[in-house]
Design a protein around this ligand. Sequence first.
Ligand SMILES: Nc1ncnc2c1ncn2[C@@H]1O[C@H](COP(=O)(O)OP(=O)(O)OP(=O)(O)O)[C@@H](O)[C@H]1O
Ligand SMILES: [Mg+2]
Length: 499
Amino acid sequence: MPKLIGRVADGSTETFARVILLKDLERSIFAEELVLIKNGGEKDPLNQILGVIREGLGKNEFLNHTSYRPDVAYMKYGGEPSGAREVYSFIIKPIGIITENGIELNRAIIQPRSPVYLLEENDKPLEWIAKGGEILWMDAYLEGHEEWNIPVRKEFIPYHVAVYGSTGSGKSFFTRYILIPLYIKAGYKVLILDWSGTDYAPYFQNSKDIEKINIMDIALDEESILSYFEDKTYNFAKNDNVKNGFDEFIEGWVERVKNVRKSAKNDQELVKVLYKQIKEHIQNSISGIERKDWRSSAERAMRRIFRRLKPSDLQPIVGIITIEELLKKFDNKKILVIDMGGVLTEAKLGFFLSLSKYLYDLMEAGNNLNIALIIDEAPQYAPWDPKGIQIETSEMIKNLAALGRKRMLNLTLIAQGIKGEIGINAAVRRNLNTQFFGRIHPLDAGGEGGASEWLSPYGITPDQMLQLKPGKFYFTGAMNPSPIPLLITYKILKGNDNG
Ligand SMILES: Nc1ncnc2c1ncn2[C@@H]1O[C@H](COP(=O)(O)OP(=O)(O)OP(=O)(O)O)[C@@H](O)[C@H]1O
Ligand SMILES: [Mg+2]
């Protein structure tokens, strides 16, 4: 039998109650515990309400610091005032009425004087919530209760997920330890985009189910290769004939690289051979120019370009795994980790665009993907104020999110902030229907769209969010069967660390 901890105070409504604690329990009852209210009394209650306690309050009217009272005066001279008039209480945020079919919204007034019970380990209250609809269990647990794993509504996984928290709050760890295994359990394949190559790649080893791929081994589309050359040659030394020469050579680029790779001993030789081929190709195409002045200006442009362009400049574009081949790996792998470290931001975003276009086309053609796409450092792809190629990547993420809901694509976006300069683009953010909030940045504490706007209606204050320890997150939104956010955490298992 759960333990009686107090009674409902005056002023309760159907969605709000305050519990006055029994004597001395303020020492052992803490915020975020789950409680049961037997609404109307221990015997024959009207209903039983599960709730979370938050916002504790200690009152001693006789110690009011703004008025003069005998107790205050006594204390002023070093005496210890009496504690007999102290009242400790917590707000209870009702999760819902417990029924056979799970949790239902409480519409009855919570009666003052109703007894309140603390739920303990073997009451397993989260099982009461986990009814109705298909439920999966995360390896994360309710803060303070290692045995109470957290239920998740499976059907809302493709409604997308956001993980927010300032640097070091545990977002990447949480994703690795909890979300990725959850998605696997739900039957999704997981594609991880490791922006810097330091947050995921080092923790996953190639195995039966897992493959790591370096972004440099992935083929770029021909458009991106052309713009890469454009960049490296100062716009082809502003000569259209030379540009055409490059353009012609790039046609069928991946096939060409594959062919050369067959005979090349190593990458160094590969880029040398390709370099020579490009040079010859352009030489030939220029020498076919009939007008003499055009020909000699093209020759000058070419000399200038090849003085600067080096074989090693080809290294970033000799990847040969096409996006199609990449996704084909899911036929026998469950997790693919793309190590995006060591290339320029434009190259990362260029790859992302090719990948997302491909996924979008698959979905538009009616395919269900069953893929979870982990986008860590999400503001790099979809910042609040996108510029250049980010305009396209933001738009693409928004489109993937919209179509993904029906096509079993989960997007998991991870960011240090929610809104504004450190956050995720607002149009994208609106599509993320489940949120995990870790310790927040002060910039996110207040204001429209900030964490407190999300959480303070549930009695979670910005002060608490600013102080969360690493690895603790408030879980809220579509995937959470509890309408009230829950504080969850997880354990780091040393030595067993491959996601
Ligand atoms: N559940 C946990 N318990 C204890 N410590 C944890 C937990 N989760 C993460 N940490 C610690 O927090 C540190 C930071 O975690 P992580 O790298 O996931 O942060 P992050 O939010 O991704 O940061 P960044 O925004 O800088 O990428 C880890 O090195 C780890 O030691
Ligand atoms: Mg991180």
